[in-house]
Design a protein around this ligand. Structure first.
Ligand code: ADP
Ligand code: MN
Length: 519
C-alpha cells in the first residue's frame, strides 16, 4: 500500500508505512549508559555550549563554569545533549511520518462513505502531539465509528416474545451480540478491534476467555503504568517538557535552570536565572524566575474539573478539548489571573511567558531560596497582625477589582517576602459568579480566619464576618449551617438568572461585577 508519493518523503519511504516500521527510536537510550535525566539534562547543553565558548576564547578557566551549576557533572555532558538532540530529531521525524500517513489516509479514503483510519499507525499519538496542527481539534472532525447500541436487555422473566417466537436470555444470537457489546467494558487499552460496531456474535466460552485475558492485561498494564509514573517523578518532567525548557534556555530567555523548588500533585516548580529578552516587545526578564510546569499526567486533574468546567470564561472551549489541552488551559488560567492581580497591585508573581503547559513568572524569594510560606514562617505578633490586615485587603481587592475568588487560599499559598504577603497558585481561581464561587470564597475565609486567629491575631474577623467584609453580601445568618445555606441559595439564584438570561447575569450591576444580595 503505497499509492501516493510516499517516495517523496525521504525517511519513511524505505520502511513503508504501518507497523512494520521499527517502534523503537533508533538512537534510543544507549544500552548500559545510565542516563541521568534530571535537570542536568536541560542544563548540560547550555553548559556544554558555555564550556565550548570559553575554550575557544580561552578567556576564563573552564572550571569556573562547572562550579556554576550545582546539578551539572562533567561526565554526562555529551550523553545528555546527544539524547536531547536525538529526541528532537526523533520527534521531527515522527511528525513527518504522521503527516505523510495523514496524506495517504486521505487519498486512500477519498470521499468514500466508509473510511479506514490509519490512526493506530501513527508515531505521535494525537494526545501527545505537540505539533501546531494539534491546534485544529482532531476530536471535532472525527466521528466515533465504534459506538454500539446498548444490548437489548431481556426482562426479569427471562424471555421476550410470544408463542413460537419466544426468545430467552440464553438465546445464542442474543447472547452473542450481548457479549460482543460487553467488550466495550474492557479497559480502553485492550484492543478489541472494530467488532463492536458489527453484528458479531461471540459465544459465551470465547467471551469469558477474552474477559479473563482483558482483566489480566489490565492488571499488567497498571503495573507497567506505575513504573512509568515512578520514573517520570524521578526525571521531574517528561521529555517534551524538557525540550520546551531546553528551548527557553537555548533562546537565551533563561540563563540557567538551577533546580526544582517544589513537586506537587499538579505541578512542578523550578527556579531559573533570567536571561535576555528574546525580541518579544523588549519585555524585561526578571533576574530570577519560577517555572511552573503543569503536570500532563491527567489523573490529578480530574477532580479539579469543576473549577474550570463551570467557569463561563472557559465553558465553550472546555467541551471541545482533549485532556492535554485542558491542562494547557490551567496554565493559561493562572496566567490570566496573575495578570489581573498584577494590574490591581496585589503582590504576586509577574508573568514572564506562557508556553503550552509551562508558565514562567518572576521568582518570589532570593538567591534560589523561595520565600517561605506563611505556614512555615515564625512572625512576630506585630508582623502577624500586619499580615492579617494585608490579607484582608488583598481578598477585597481580589474580589472587587479583579473579580476573582482565589479558591485555594491558605497559609500554604501565601509567601512571606520583603515584609509582606504574596499570593501565589491561582490556576483554580474563579469569578464570584461561578456556580460555586461563593462557596469557594467561604472556604478561603475559613482558612484565613482560622490561621490568623490561631496565630494570635485577636482582631481577626471570624469566617462569616470575613466573608461579608470581602463580598459586601451582608449575610446575617448566625450559625455556620444557615450561613452556608444562604450562600448556596444565592448561587442558585444566580444560576437561575444565568439560565434565563444567557451567559452573564444582568442582575449584577456592571459587566461581570460580583453578585449583590437581595436582587
Ligand atoms: P501547587 O499547585 O503545586 O501548590 P504552587 O503554585 O503553589 O503549585 O507552587 C508550589 C510551590 O512552589 C509553592 O508553595 C512555592 O513554594 C513555590 N513557588 C511557586 N511559585 C513561586 C514563585 N513565583 N516564586 C517562588 N516560589 C514559588
Ligand atoms: Mn500551592
Amino acid at each position: 500500500m503505497d499509492p501516493v508519493g510516499v517516495a517523496a518523503a525521504p525517511a519513511p519511504a524505505e520502511a513503508g508505512p504501518g507497523p512494520a516500521w521499527p517502534r523503537k527510536c533508533p538512537w534510543g537510550a544507549a544500552k548500559g549508559a545510565p542516563l541521568s535525566c534530571s535537570l542536568a539534562d536541560v542544563m548540560s547543553e547550555q553548559l556544554a555550549k558555555e564550556l565550548q565558548l570559553e575554550e575557544e576564547s580561552a578567556a576564563f578557566p573552564a572550571a569556573a563554569a562547572v562550579a556554576e551549576g550545582p546539578f551539572v557533572t562533567g561526565e554526562n555532558i555529551d550523553t545528555s545533549s546527544d539524547l536531547m538532540l536525538a529526541q528532537m530529531l526523533q520527534m521531527e521525524f515522527d511528525r513527518e511520518y504522521d503527516a505523510q500517513l495523514r496524506r495517504e489516509e486521505k487519498k486512500f479514503n477519498g470521499d468514500s462513505k466508509v473510511s479506514i483510519s490509519f490512526e493506530n499507525y501513527r508515531k505521535v499519538h494525537p494526545f501527545d502531539s505537540d505539533s501546531s496542527e494539534d491546534e485544529v481539534d482532531w476530536q471535532d472532525t472525527r466521528h466515533d465509528p465504534y459506538r454500539a447500541d446498548k444490548p437489548t436487555t431481556t426482562p426479569k422473566k427471562g424471555f421476550i416474545g410470544k408463542g413460537k417466537d419466544i426468545t430467552t436470555k440464553h438465546d445464542e444470537v442474543v447472547c452473542g451480540r450481548k457479549n460482543t457489546a460487553r467488550m466495550e467494558n474492557f479497559a480502553p487499552e485492550f484492543q478489541v478491534g472494530d467488532g463492536i460496531g458489527m453484528d458479531l456474535k461471540l459465544s459465551n466460552q470465547v467471551f469469558n476467555a477474552l474477559k479473563q485475558h482483558a482483566y489480566s492485561e489490565e492488571r499488567r498494564s497498571a503495573r507497567l503504568h506505575e513504573k512509568k509514573e515512578h520514573s517520570t517523578a524521578e526525571k521531574a518532567v517528561d521529555p517534551k517538557t524538557r525540550l520546551l525548557l531546553y528551548k527557553m534556555v537555548n533562546s537565551g530567555m533563561l540563563e540557567t535552570i538551577t533546580g526544582c523548588i517544589s513537586t506537587g500533585k499538579e505541578s512542578v516548580v523550578f527556579h531559573a536565572y533570567g536571561g535576555k529578552s528574546t525580541n518579544e516587545e523588549d519585555k524585561v526578564i526578571p533576574p530570577e524566575c519560577a517555572i511552573k510546569v503543569f503536570k500532563t499526567t491527567l489523573n490529578e486533574f480530574k477532580n479539579r474539573d469543576k473549577y474550570i468546567k463551570d467557569d463561563y470564561r472557559f465553558k465553550d472551549r472546555f467541551s471541545k478539548l482533549n485532556p492535554r489541552k485542558i491542562i494547557r488551559m490551567w496554565a493559561e488560567k493562572e496566567m490570566h489571573n496573575l495578570t489581573r492581580m498584577q494590574n490591581a497591585g496585589i503582590p504576586c508573581p509577574q508573568v514572564v511567558i506562557l508556553k503550552k503547559h509551562v508558565l514562567v513568572m518572576s521568582f518570589i524569594g532570593q538567591d534560589q531560596a523561595p520565600a517561605p510560606k506563611l505556614k512555615d514562617v515564625k512572625l512576630s505578633s506585630e508582623d502577624m497582625k500586619k499580615a492579617y490586615y494585608q490579607v484582608l485587603h488583598m481578598m477585597q481587592q481580589l474580589y472587587k477589582e479583579c473579580n476573582l475568588v482565589h479558591a485555594d487560599l491558605s497559609e500554604y499559598n501565601m509567601l512571606w517576602h520583603e515584609g509582606k504577603v504574596w499570593l501565589i497558585d491561582v490556576s483554580q481561581s474563579v469569578e464570584p459568579t461561578h456556580p460555586h464561587g461563593l462557596e469557594f470564597l467561604f472556604r478561603d475565609c475559613r482558612n484565613v480566619s482560622q490561621f490568623f486567629q490561631k496565630g494570635g491575631v485577636t482582631e481577626a474577623l471570624n469566617e462569616r464576618e470575613l466573608f461579608n467584609a470581602v463580598s459586601n453580601l451582608n449575610i446575617t445568618a448566625d450559625t455556620e449551617v444557615d450561613f452556608q445555606a444562604e450562600i448556596e441559595a444565592l448561587e442558585k439564584m444566580n444560576e437561575d438568572h444565568v439560565q434565563k438570561h444567557g451567559k452573564k447575569a444582568s442582575a449584577f450591576p456592571g459587566d461581570g461585577d460580583p453578585p449583590v444580595c437581595g436582587e
